[in-house]
Design a protein around this ligand. Structure first.
Ligand SMILES: Nc1ncnc2c1ncn2[C@@H]1O[C@H](COP(=O)(O)OP(=O)(O)OP(=O)(O)O)[C@@H](O)[C@H]1O
Ligand SMILES: [Mg+2]
Length: 271
């Protein structure tokens, strides 16, 4: 299954993506984690130590090039977007750029801009590279989990169109839910087969009810509810992975429950 976490800034995308990756890798499954955020921080959440995390090389977007036909014209997909090709095989990419995380997890950072400073220059190449890479790396292992940057830009550009499941991480307050429903509308245009809301930082029944009501009104299915978890906050303070710091806390258990549901799901064919 190719998964991606999307949603409003700070909603918990990286926490959910990293913890889900660790759980999906249990039992020896090979999982590829992709950090698609120009300001990457999935490494720590996966359990890679601080020094190693700071030394991971981002995959240069220049490794993805536009695919051209014999006449030199850029080839297009049926939806009008440009076709891409990788200049390295998936194995070479993993060897050259992936960082080893605990279990059989490899992490690749492919959202960072070429010069390593977020916000500089045009991000088109990075978005294109992330999109191409996710497509090309599909056959790696049992799952790929991509952690996307906040906001709608990458959805408008179709960066994560080639995934099987999109998890929209939302917090139980109005602006976060509004952001989730905008994501929901955009994802509809990308024809992602499985799209769910993950309700995160749920403090009580009132929070849960607010999310339930909003999602029902907008026709958005909910995959699971992750409680507001002090252990996650503490893990963050210690620059540790929530999974290693508190493998049995209610927050981790809730993500484990979602992983169980995901593992049983079949990908419906798109029309
Ligand atoms: N269930 C939770 N309970 C309490 N705190 C949480 C929970 N999930 C995430 N957090 C905390 O919320 C903050 C933001 O989480 P995270 O970095 O995962 O969000 P994000 O959506 O990836 O953010 P960004 O948009 O900046 O990439 C972190 O301090 C994290 O520890
Ligand atoms: Mg994040």
């Amino acid at each position: 299954m190719r998964l991606a976490t999307v949603g409003k800034g700070g909603s918990g995308k990286t926490t959910i993506a990293g913890t889900l990756t660790r759980i999906l890798a249990e039992g020896g499954n090979k999982v590829l984690a992709i950090d698609g955020d120009p300001n990457p921080n999935l490494a720590l959440t996966l359990g890679i130590d601080r020094d190693s995390a700071n030394n991971i090389k981002a995959v240069p977007p220049s490794l993805m090039t536009l695919k051209k036909d014999a006449e030199g014209n850029v080839m297009k997909l049926p939806d009008g977007t440009s076709q891409l090709q990788m200049t390295m095989s998936p194995d070479e990419l993993i060897k050259g750029f992936a960082a080893k995380a605990p279990s059989d997890i490899q992490l690749m950072m492919i959202g960072a801009p070429p010069d390593g400073s977020a916000g500089s220059g045009c991000m088109c190449a990075s978005h294109r590279a992330v999109r191409g890479m996710i497509t090309e790396m599909t056959n790696y292992g049992s799952h790929t989990v991509t952690d996307m940057e906040a906001g709608l830009e990458h959805l408008k550009r179709g960066t994560v169109r080639n995934v099987d499941m999109m998890l929209i991480v939302a917090e139980p307050y109005y602006r976060s839910l509004e952001a989730a429903s905008r994501v929901w509308s955009l994802v509809g245009e990308l024809e992602v087969p499985l799209v769910y809301v993950v309700a995160n930082k749920v403090r009580n029944d009132a929070d849960r009810q607010a999310i339930d009501e909003y999602c029902e009104k907008h026709g958005m299915p909910i995959l699971g509810y992750v409680p507001s978890e002090d252990k996650f906050v503490e893990a963050e303070r210690r620059a540790m992975s929530p999974f290693d710091f508190a493998p049995d806390c209610p927050g981790t258990k809730a993500i484990r429950e979602m992983a169980g549901k995901i593992s049983k799901m079949k990908i419906p064919a798109m029309a």
